[in-house]
Structures are given as C-alpha cells and as structure tokens.
Write a protein that binds this ligand. Structure first.
Ligand code: GLC
Length: 553
C-alpha cells in the first residue's frame, strides 16, 4: 500500500505521548494537575511534534492503583476537572492536529464502584453476576501480578461467603465478561467517550480482560475483542484500539485477530525488553532476534514502540539469565526492582544521563517500524523519584521550568501528591523551558526525531529486514517500500566501528536523514563505494535511498 493511500490508518504512524493529567500541569494551584493545565500546555506538545496524547485514567477513583481503580466510568475526578474541561481539552488538541486516546480499564472496577458495592450486598443482587464468584478458589490459580503484595487472585467476601476474582489488587474485582450485560456496559462506556471526541483507547490488561477463568467467555475469549472492534468501527470509523498485551510475539498474533480484526495496535513488549538487553550488553543480537520474531500483521494493524512507560520496566519476556544481565546493568540496587521482574526507574538515570546513550536509545525508538510512544518527561530526560514510592517513582510531576515545583504547580510542596525530583535530575537542571531553547538539548533532539519520523512514513510502512552489518555491536535495519528504502544503523558499544553494507543504496540517490556525529560533513556520512560506514561509540545514522533522479547531471 502506498503511504498516501493510508492516511485514515493514522495510528500506524502516530507519535504517542502518554501522560497523567494529575502530574502534568496544575492550573489552579491546588497541587493537582488538571485538564485546564493540560490544555494550556498543548502548544508545548505541538512544538515537540507528538501527534496523539494517551491519557492515563482520569475518572473518579479511590486512587489505590493510581487511578486504574475506577468508581465511575462516565465521570472525571473532581480535582482534575469535569466533562466540560475534558471536551475543551480534546478540542484544543484537535485544533493542533493532535489526537487524544484514553485508557480503557474494564478488566476490573474499584471495589468501591456502585456495581461491586451492590454485588457484594447479596447473592441475589442484579449486579452479582457483573463479577466472577466461586464457592472455593480454584485449585489451579493464575499467578498474582503483584507477588509480595497479593498472595492470591481470589478474595473471600465475608458477607456472602464466596470468593471473587481479582487479577490485580484485591480492591480491583474483575468484571465478568461472560455476562452480556457487562459487555453492553462496556460498549456504552466506549460510545460515550467517542461522542465526546476521544479518538481511541489504550485497552488495559487485555489478556486478563478476555480470559476470566470459568466465565462463559472462556470458550471463545477472543469473541469479545472482535465484538469490540466491530462496535468501535461502527460508532467511529477512525477510532482505534491500542492494546496492552505483554506476551511473546507469536501469542500477540491472536490479539490482532485471526478470524476478524481485534486490536489495531499493540505495544511491542518483546522488542522493548530486548532493547534493554542490547543496551546492557553493547550488542545488537537480542534486537535482531526480537525483530525477526515479529509476525506479519494486516496492513491496518501495527506496533506501538516504547522504551519506558508508566509501569515498571518488566523483563518477564527475557530468559532468566538475560533478565539478570539487565538488572545488573540498570538496577544494581535491590530497591530499584519490583516483583522479581521489573525496574522502577526512568531511562535517563538508567543510562547515567549520558547524552550519547540517550540519543542512541531514542534514535532507535523512532527508527523501528511502528508508532513511537513517549512517556511524559522522557523528552527532557527526567529521573525517577525515591524508589520507596515503588511503581509511582516514575510518575513524578512534569518539570516545566526551574521555578517553584518545577513549574508544575504554585501550591506549597506539601500539597503535591508526589514530590518534585531533587539532586541532579531536579527541575533546576532538567526542564522544558531551558531545553526547548537549547539547540544541543535532549528536547531539541527528540523534537528533531518526531519531525524526521513524520516526514519518513516508510519507517512504519516499509517491509522490515535486519541486515548483516558484519559487527555484533551494530544493528542495521531497513524498512523498504517499492520506491524508498530507509536504513538505520545503531552502534550499541562505546567503541567507534566501521561497518560494511555492500551494495546498499548502489545506483540510487542516498540522503542522510540523521547522524549522531554532527562534526562529519554530510557527504562523509553516506556509505562509501564499498558500502562502508563509520560510526562513533554509541553512534547512529539514518539513511534513505530513492531511485536515481531522472534529471541529468
Ligand atoms: C495495567 C496498567 C497498570 C495497572 C494494571 C491494573 O497493567 O498499566 O498500571 O496497575 O493494568 O489496572
């Protein structure tokens, strides 16, 4: 398919930006970020060049899992604003060509949701069957997602004497997808937000959502996702579903749908985890392996690429010894690790704030075929907070300037939900105001990446191949359409290397799109006659080749 024919499949070339309204910008000085604050910051996001905001949950919540425990799917937590502010914010984004997707957290509700309160009042409640109940916890249980914090995924409800399923915390009872009324509720929730202008959903915890044990849904768990996709398409043709499916590539194929479409996009967890193994080893093989295992998907479907997100950096898709290598390199302290599987740090401190390594990482992210996803604050290299905050250590207030509370809020620091970073990653050193005026900053580098990515649709649309660069330290990958070939070369090691890609671009017009060594003259950066390319330590280069121009001379 020609990139020009595909503009309605916008998600395949989106630049996603995940943020939590609560920690982004406070407009009224109460210490909490809010929608009015986000709307005011829209020009900053437009300047960065992102094309789609992903809003973390913003509905009413007791906030025991940072909002992933909802009590009203149609509401807005009052400290963040109200529906009017949400609609205004969406309009402000749309005016700047930015789409807005939101988390759809319907695997479970909060235990304080009126449905669950009614359900646990009596076995005869009309809401009882909205949840999954058993007289005894099954002998074979799914392992808990939060080992050390939860012992089981079944909790006894004293009053009615039955156990309910909670795949996550015990205060998050799983909804029963086998119940048609629950599915109808979910459709209404989706329909509601689409009407308010939302452009799609990041579907939370998809494998848990569709495979509630024992429910009638169990026989054909994917039927629900097919139904969901059809429903979204009927209500709003350009809306999309981006799924959180933390499984190996071959299993992700099922979630794109084999019989009919399910998710439009999925996060590529395998590639993200493999990238960290490459950073740890200074070698490219894990990524080459990960990319080779990516299944072919339909043209309307694709991958959302990321390095870090709002959760721990999970390493569960790596082998045990590989996981240990990444732990040793990037989470040497025990308190930087959680659940035996993940790291609760942001990227910049993991890479020792080294600008060469950070640029390598983000160049890689934007060069991999898919839709790159940034987690707020990555564009300036924010650090994590004290790891005693566990998963929330990476969810500190956005750092806008060097002023009070990093420009996030004028409230006294004691009123903020999470503290402002201190030390080397404090707002005095790391903030948007300074970096967006500095040609050598990470912010400027990343805004350059968004613009090059957006002007190079071949990255996402092309056929992917990993080329043999003849050096284990270097990943060379190509995305090619019939006309255009995009090549990215990344050196994961600290040493300078010369690689050879004989024949690449031969007889075609080659342009350098991006080059880590700004001192090299542009001509010297293209491959020489033998296809040799020199890269600095942690160096990278993006090249594009097109058929030779027909204009003579
Ligand atoms: C997803 C979210 C995570 C949350 C969990 C339960 O994995 O990313 O933050 O705790 O779902 O909703």
């Amino acid at each position: 398919m020609n990139p020009a024919d595909t503009s309605d499949l916008w998600w395949r070339t989106a630049v996603f930006y995940c943020l939590d309204v609560e920690t982004f910008q406070d407009s009224d000085g109460d210490g909490s970020g809010d929608f009015a604050g986000l709307a005011r910051r829209m020009d900053d996001l437009a300047a960065l060049g992102i094309t789609c905001i992903w809003l973390m949950p913003f509905q009413p919540t007791p906030d025991l899992d940072d909002g992933y425990d909802i009590t009203d799917f149609y509401g807005v937590a009052s400290r963040l604003g109200d529906l009017g502010r949400v609609v205004e914010t969406i309009r402000v984004a749309h005016d700047r060509g930015i789409r807005v997707v939101m988390d759809l957290v319907v695997n479970h509700t909060s235990d304080r949701h009126p449905w669950f309160i009614a359900a646990r009042r009596s076995k005869n409640s009309r809401y009882r069957d909205y949840y999954v109940w058993r007289d005894h916890p099954p002998r074979k249980q799914q392992p808990t997602v939060f080992p050390g914090e939860e012992a089981s995924t079944w909790e006894l409800d004293e009053r009615t004497g039955q156990y309910y399923l909670h795949s996550f915390y015990r205060h998050q009872p799983d909804l029963n997808l086998g119940n048609p009324e629950v599915r109808a509720e979910i459709a209404r929730i989706i329909g509601f937000w689409l009407k308010l202008g939302i452009d799609g959903f990041r579907v939370d915890a998809v494998p848990f959502l569709i495979t509630a044990p024992g429910s009638p849904n169990e026989k054909d768990p994917h039927a629900f996702l097919r139904e969901l996709h059809r429903f979204v398409g009927r209500r709003e043709g350009s809306a999309m579903l981006l799924g959180e499916v933390g499984l190996p590539h071959d299993q992700q194929l099922d979630y794109f749908g084999t019989a009919a479409p399910e998710l439009d996009l999925q996060f590529d967890f395998v590639t993200a985890q493999s990238a960290f193994l490459c950073f740890a080893r200074g070698e490219a093989e894990p990524l080459a392996r990960a990319l080779a295992s990516r299944p072919e998907v339909d043209v309307s479907q694709g991958w959302a690429m990321f390095l870090r997100n709002h959760d721990e950096l999970s390493l569960e898709l790596l082998a045990d010894d590989e996981k240990q290598e990444v732990f040793d390199a990037f989470a040497p302290e025990e308190d930087q690790r959680v659940y035996g599987r993940g790291i609760i740090r942001r990227l910049a401190p993991m890479l020792d704030g080294d600008p060469r390594r950070l640029r390598l990482a983000y160049s890689l992210l934007f060069s991999l075929p898919g839709a790159p996803t940034l987690f707020y604050g990555e564009e300036i290299g924010m650090g994590e907070l004290d790891t005693s905050l566990r998963r929330e250590a990476v969810r500190g207030p956005m750092q806008w300037d060097a002023g009070r509370n990093g420009g996030f809020s004028t409230a006294p620091a004691s009123r903020l939900k999470r503290p402002v970073a201190t030390g080397g990653y404090a707002p005095e050193h790391i903030n948007v105001h300074d970096q967006s005026r500095d040609p050598d900053s990470l912010w400027t580098f990343i805004s350059g990446l968004t613009s090059r990515y957006r002007s190079t649709p071949e990255i996402a649309w092309g056929r992917l191949s990993v080329l043999d660069a003849g050096d284990p330290r270097v990943l060379a990958h190509e995305s090619a359409t019939d006309e255009v070939a995009f090549l990215a070369v990344h050196n994961f090691s600290a040493e300078a290397v010369t690689v050879a890609l004989p024949g690449w671009g031969a007889g075609r017009d080659v342009t350098v799109l991006l080059d880590s060594s700004s001192n090299t003259a542009p001509d010297a950066a293209a491959p020489d006659e033998e296809g040799r390319l020199r890269l600095d330590g942690y160096g990278f280069r993006w090249l594009k080749s097109v058929p030779p121009s027909s204009v003579p001379g």
